[in-house]
Design a protein around this ligand. Structure first.
Ligand code: PFF
Length: 523
């Protein structure tokens, strides 16, 4: 089977930017920033961007293109290529398929709420909810957690979920060039347009309540941007900032490795990686930072904005924003732009989470795109059910913790060491610059070799030291949720085990074919 390729350079940059720009930029970032003191957050955030975010972008683009050259589009094969003597490393690469599926399971469900809310905004379905309580009740009834005059069952949510799920699988089925690339080009264009309209609307809100002139958008921006140096001493803020950088850049999980594997040997990775990261940072700090926080600040003041953020990302996105929109002219249209923007941001991320699994089936088992999409669709659809029906039992938090936090840091740590120390910095630096449109400043040679792995080991070590007992014993989980959380953990372990067995099978198949002197792809 001929390997799929990206259609253009801008296409692959937009696809990676599409993966990076997601719900994390518009919901997770404002919550993290506001709950970590606003301006205090931005210093560790930018340090983490420069010492781990950008280096990982370059590391993943380079390993991805390199592995793609050997016919591998996923981490097991790529890690094996980098360290052929080690028999175990390919099993570690399983995280690069497992992690994305785990995130996909809950991400797609949340993405589907956005499609539902886009429709509700236009239809004015929640127009009678004018307080925080009533808007929260609307959301809870939609999620099937309570019944009220708006929803008496989870059926509408399930309906939007099925549509969103099918849409994701269909884009994947259309392929790298005709599916992912095309959708990302369109979606990102619309997303930036909607984002710009919303930013202008928010920034021209001024001080909506004449009696409280301090509650205005300029002070809202100051809340985010006035630096607070004292925070450099707080470990918690550093961890939060590093976690956000990983999540927002889609780094440390195998997704960028897969996308980069569809490049050719001479395609640039240095400038492309930098461009995708810059597009993401623009969407995050400029657009993401100029919508919800200044809007919440203008209507509810500094204490109100911090309190809303402490209620979490769903609260900010599905309760505060529609309430704010209710208070302005043409509010339903602005609310539609908001939910549609988030839906587009979400879908360009979720398709990237699905691609490693599809690529694994195609490369290692020679499945056709159609067969791989069917298998993925059926298996993952079933796996999504606990996230939908056990939403209030802590299952989504558990998936987010293992898939969206632990796997990212663990995978990134091993990957950066493999790149700089096993593959070797000399070769790595040369490979990074093959076909490159820019020369990366030499200080990054030092950063990639020493600072990035050391920083990651430090974060991982600190987390383990502080939290391992609490996590293992589920001390932070309410007692009534523990059976569900435990079941989720057991399920995840079984799932990793199955994927590891598949890797073993794939390698046996490869070796057999090699012994017979036939290319494994001929079958
Ligand atoms: N970067 C996405 C966001 O900010 O919402 C989330 C994400 C997508 C994380 C893909 C990881 C990933 F592989």
């Amino acid at each position: 089977m001929a390997k799929e390729r990206w259609g253009s350079k801008i296409g692959v940059i937009l696809a990676v930017a599409g993966s990076a720009i997601g719900l994390g930029n518009f919901l997770r970032f404002p919550v993290q920033a506001a709950s970590n003191g606003g301006g205090a957050f931005m210093i560790p955030y930018f340090v983490a961007l420069f010492v781990v975010g950008l280096p990982l972008m370059w590391i993943e683009w380079t390993i991805g293109r390199f592995g793609g050259g050997f016919g591998h589009s996923t981490a097991p094969g790529m890690f094996h290529t980098l360290w052929q003597k080690n028999k175990f490393i390919k099993y570690f690469g399983v995280i690069g398929i497992f992690g994305p599926i785990v995130i996909f399971i809950y991400y797609v469900y949340i993405e589907s709420w956005l499609l539902g809310y886009s429709v509700f905004a236009i239809l004015g379905k929640y127009n009678s909810c004018t307080t925080e309580q009533s808007m929260s009740a609307f959301l809870q009834a939609y999620q099937g957690l309570i019944k009220n005059e708006f929803f008496s069952s989870i059926t509408p949510a399930y309906f939007f979920f099925v549509i969103t799920f099918i849409l994701n699988v269909w884009i994947i089925y259309m392929g790298i060039n005709r599916g992912i690339e095309k959708v990302c080009k369109w979606a990102l264009g619309i997303l930036f347009l909607f984002g710009a309209i919303l930013v202008v609307r928010v920034l021209t809100l001024g001080a909506p309540d004449a009696a409280k002139p301090d509650f205005n958008t300029i002070n809202g921006l100051g809340f985010l941007w006035n630096p607070d140096w004292s925070v450099l001493k707080s470990a918690k803020v550093w961890l939060a900032a590093t976690g956000q950088i990983f999540f927002t850049l889609s780094c440390g999980i195998g997704v960028i490795l897969t996308y980069a594997s569809y490049l050719t040997k001479q395609d640039d990775v240095a400038l492309s990686g930098l461009s995708a990261a810059s597009a993401n940072e623009f969407a995050e700090v400029i657009l993401g930072g100029s919508i919800v926080i200044p809007a919440a600040y203008a209507f509810f003041g500094p204490a109100g904005a911090a309190k809303i953020a402490s209620g979490g990302a769903f609260n900010l996105g599905f309760v505060t924003m529609p309430l704010v929109c209710q208070k302005i002219a043409f509010g339903n249209i602005f609310a539609f732009l908001w939910f549609m923007l988030l839906f587009l941001a979400g879908i360009t991320s979720s398709i990237s989470l699905a691609q490693p699994a599809i690529a694994f089936l195609e490369d290692e088992f020679n499945f056709s795109k159609k067969k791989a999409s069917w298998v993925f669709g059926v298996v993952v659809f079933i796996l999504c059910q606990p996230a939908i029906f056990l939403l209030s039992k802590g299952v989504v938090d558990e998936l987010d913790f293992w898939g969206g936090t632990v796997c990212l840091v663990l995978f990134a740590t091993v990957e950066s060491i493999l790149f700089a120390w096993v593959f070797g910095m000399e070769k790595a630096w040369t490979e990074l610059h093959v076909g490159s449109d820019i020369t990366i400043p030499r200080v990054y040679r030092f950063i990639i070799k020493y600072i990035t792995p050391a920083f990651l080991l430090f974060v991982l070590g600190m987390w383990f030291w502080q939290d391992w007992a609490k996590v293992i014993l589920m001390r932070n989980v309410p007692a009534e949720n523990r059976p569900y959380v435990l079941a989720t953990r057991i399920g995840l372990v079984i799932f990793v085990g199955i994927l590891a067995l598949l890797v073993q099978r794939a390698w046996q198949r490869r070796e057999r074919k090699q012994k017979e002197g036939v290319s494994p792809d001929a079958f």
